[in-house]
Write a protein that binds this ligand. Structure first.
Ligand code: C2E
Ligand code: CA
Ligand code: CA
Ligand code: CA
Length: 277
């Protein structure tokens, strides 16, 4: 806190926090330069076939001098420092290589989801970089889904709209992430041709707690279904939540009840054993 002379008197706790943030940014720089971060995958169930046809890629920082650092802590720092931009291309590259590896093993996966932060859309070379990364690996565009939140649309509506058109022409799928967090603007959402709407876990959890949330989730899901979009429920942890989202007609389920985020090797094994019982 600053006094009237503008001098900052920090206590030890604040200094520790600042130092920790600084250390994490240094770790992020290093893993970005060496491409040495880990990428986990969380399998996603396709309800109609009962098979795991999709997975979401999720970044991890496990082996650092500070011990494991969670995405809730390092992703905001990667965004603030701008490092997320380069990291995302590394992630996309790893995802392409993983898709290729699964194809070589004849393991079926329809699509892998990659998260894009809102600031990705402020980069003038975004489309070029996305195309270049996927082409370099020879991975089919249709195997990739890019997830982003409404905040990206709010920040850069024209850019996002152009991006969405270009991606659609290539056959790259798009998913709206975190629907139901904060203020969702249905009018914005329905005018962007998303393939999938992902209901955030907070919405899924409240639906089995409160009747009013349940009514809302049911109706919102119906609206998206009528608009020709698919709906994915995130954070399904209990049989009650599972029964509820299935009853709503949801297409895809992601949650600890089915699978947690796991390493690439574990994902390969998981997909292999669940596709050929
Ligand atoms: P998100 O994109 O909404 O990702 C889903 C989060 O929910 C993941 O947390 C996942 O592990 C968690 N989750 C899935 N099912 C369940 C469940 O049944 N119960 C509970 N309690 N949690 C569940 P994670 O991996 O900790 O990531 C948190 C957030 O960090 C992500 O939220 C995303 O916003 C960000 N993030 C993670 N990896 C990346 C990345 O590679 N790039 C970017 N830009 N952001 C990322
Ligand atoms: Ca996501
Ligand atoms: Ca979410
Ligand atoms: Ca998110």
């Amino acid at each position: 806190s600053a006094n009237k002379d503008g001098i900052c008197y920090c206590d030890q706790k604040m200094l520790d926090e600042i130092q920790r943030k600084h250390q994490i940014v240094e770790i992020l720089k290093e893993v970005c330069a060496n491409n040495s971060f880990e990428l986990y995958y969380q399998p996603i169930l396709d309800v109609s076939t009962g098979r795991y046809l999709f997975a979401e890629s999720l970044m991890r920082l496990n082996h650092t001098p500070l011990g494991p650092i969670y995405p809730s802590e390092f992703i905001p720092l990667a965004e603030e420092s701008g490092l997320i931009v380069e990291l995302t291309y590394h992630i996309l590259d790893k995802v392409c290589k993983f898709i290729n590896r699964l194809a070589e093993q004849h393991i079926d996966i329809e699509r892998i989801h990659v998260n894009f932060s809102a600031i990705q859309f402020s980069q003038p070379d975004l489309i070029e970089r996305v195309c270049e990364t996927i082409q370099r690996n020879g991975t089919p565009y249709s195997k990739i889904k890019i997830e982003f939140t409404e905040s990206a649309i709010a920040d850069n509506p024209q850019v996002v709209s152009h991006f969405v058109d270009e991606m659609h022409q290539l056959g790259i799928r798009l998913g709206l992430d975190d629907f139901g967090v904060g203020y969702s603007n249905l009018d914005t959402v329905v005018h962007i041709p998303f393939d999938t709407i992902k209901l955030d876990k907070s919405l899924v959890w409240s639906a089995t707690e409160q009747e009013k949330s349940a009514i809302m989730v049911r109706n919102i899901t119906n609206t998206f279904l009528e608009l020709g979009m698919k709906v994915l429920a995130e954070g399904v942890e209990t049989p009650e939540q599972d029964a509820f989202v299935r009853d709503c007609g949801i297409h895809m389920i992601q949650g600890y009840l089915y699978a947690r985020p796991i390493t690439a090797d574990e994902t390969e094994e998981f997909l292999r054993s669940s596709s050929c019982p």
